[in-house]
Design a protein around this ligand. Structure first.
Ligand SMILES: Cc1ncc(COP(=O)(O)O)c(C=O)c1O
Length: 384
């Protein structure tokens, strides 16, 4: 059987990993500033993570949600503590799309309404409703087209106010990333997030903070929405939550009430996934990774701003983006010549999404590589 060929692949076969580095099958080392798409939060194969998963696997890997699994409660308590949302409720699932799908479904159950607001540039996943709320028509199959999702311009308070003046009482939810990731590291302004909070409160709509990519400490706060001083009604989390183990969830404000059968999943919240998520939170707490992400991130951003050829260096903590004119060639040279993985976004954005414990001396390898590449580009332009 062949693999269903949907991914454009880079010509590297990764065989091993530790911390912020991965090695290919020939033993060549690469610096990983992509984190497998913002997934690696505490570093590859962190010893505490490996030990906790192994221990759990030796006890029990899986049982379903038909019995009490005390490790779920243990996870809910630690997540409440580390995220600062102790009074929230946790529903566990398996992926970012599934988290957003459940968040929107829950908002609709709670309000009895159907309309969802999403924004230009948004990415919320590939399941039915999540993809309908994603601003990319090429990945929306005809069956996923929905006239219940309405897109408004990102960071436009006026457009939001006009919508709510007309349609507030029909709106179930507003779904927004604190920093758009796939959209190119676009930070939601404080005024915008505060307007969402105010308008949702006034109309009874649910404020859903998609924190799948920008959450879990990556920006230096647990949720990047925290920077704006707002509290959402639902937070969706995934990616960094399991450091590579598929685990996701939604954190739900206390005023949203559950009933038996309202949401469900077979695999969500299984003991092995909970052990992975607990190991991640324990390391975030023990090694103060949010503070590290804030410090290393602001230092790295300042370094990047010192290169005049890099335009609009932006982001928060270790969720960083910048624009480069010669995008494809720079990214390829970083990977194949300098052995450094970076992320990308359209049209010409380089995205950095490393582990939160990236060491400044390792980030220097990247800064040196960028310096060399920009110099070569300048020389080529002068020769031309
Ligand atoms: C902001 C955001 N939401 C949701 C998703 C979907 O997550 P998953 O691929 O785990 O379904 C992503 C994935 O990139 C994302 O960046």
């Amino acid at each position: 059987m062949k693999l269903f060929d949907v991914y454009p692949l880079q010509e590297v076969q990764i065989a091993q990993a530790a911390g912020s580095f991965v090695w290919d099958e020939h033993g060549q080392r690469y610096l990983d500033l992509y984190g497998g798409h913002a997934v690696i939060s505490i570093g590859h194969t962190h010893p505490h993570y490996v030990a906790r998963l192994n221990r759990q696997l030796g006890k029990i890997g899986f049982y379903s949600n038909s019995v009490k699994l005390s490790i779920q409660q243990e996870l809910a308590e630690l997540l409440g503590e580390v995220s600062g949302k102790k009074e929230f409720q946790l529903f566990l699932c398996n992926s970012g799309a599934e988290a957003n799908e459940n968040a929107m479904k829950l908002a609709s159950f709670h309000t009895g309404r159907k309309k969802i607001i999403a924004f230009t540039g948004a990415f919320h996943g590939r399941t039915s409703l999540a993809v309908s709320a994603t601003d990319n028509s090429s990945i929306i199959a005809p069956v996923n087209e929905s006239n219940q999702v309405h897109f408004l311009p990102f960071n436009d308070v006026e457009a939001l106010e006009s919508w709510f003046a007309e349609e507030g009482s029909n709106t179930a939810a507003v779904l927004v990333e604190g920093i758009q990731g796939v959209g190119g590291i676009r930070v939601a302004t404080d005024a915008f997030l505060q307007a969402i909070r105010r308008l949702c409160l006034a109309s009874g709509a649910v404020f859903i903070a998609d924190s799948v990519q920008c959450g879990y400490g990556r920006t230096g706060q647990f949720f990047s929405h925290d920077y704006s001083g707002v509290q959402a009604d639902i937070y969706s989390v995934a990616k960094g939550m399991g450091n590579g183990f598929p685990v996701a969830g939604i954190l739900i404000a206390p005023h949203i009430r559950p009933w038996h059968g309202m949401l469900g999943t077979t695999f969500g919240g299984n003991p092995l996934a909970c052990a992975a998520a607990l190991a991640v939170l324990e390391v975030i707490q023990e090694e103060q990774l949010m503070q590290q992400a804030a410090q290393t991130g602001s230092w790295l951003q300042a370094q990047l701003r010192s290169f005049p050829a890099l335009e609009q260096v932006r982001g928060r903590g270790l969720m960083i983006g910048f624009d480069v004119p010669e995008h494809a060639s720079l990214r390829n040279n970083l990977l194949y010549k300098h052995k450094i993985f970076t992320g990308a976004a359209k049209p010409q954005v380089i995205r950095l999404l490393p582990a939160l414990n990236l060491k400044p001396e390792d980030a220097m390898l990247f800064l040196d590589a960028i310096r060399q590449e920009l110099q070569l580009q300048k020389q080529a332009e002068q020769a031309y």
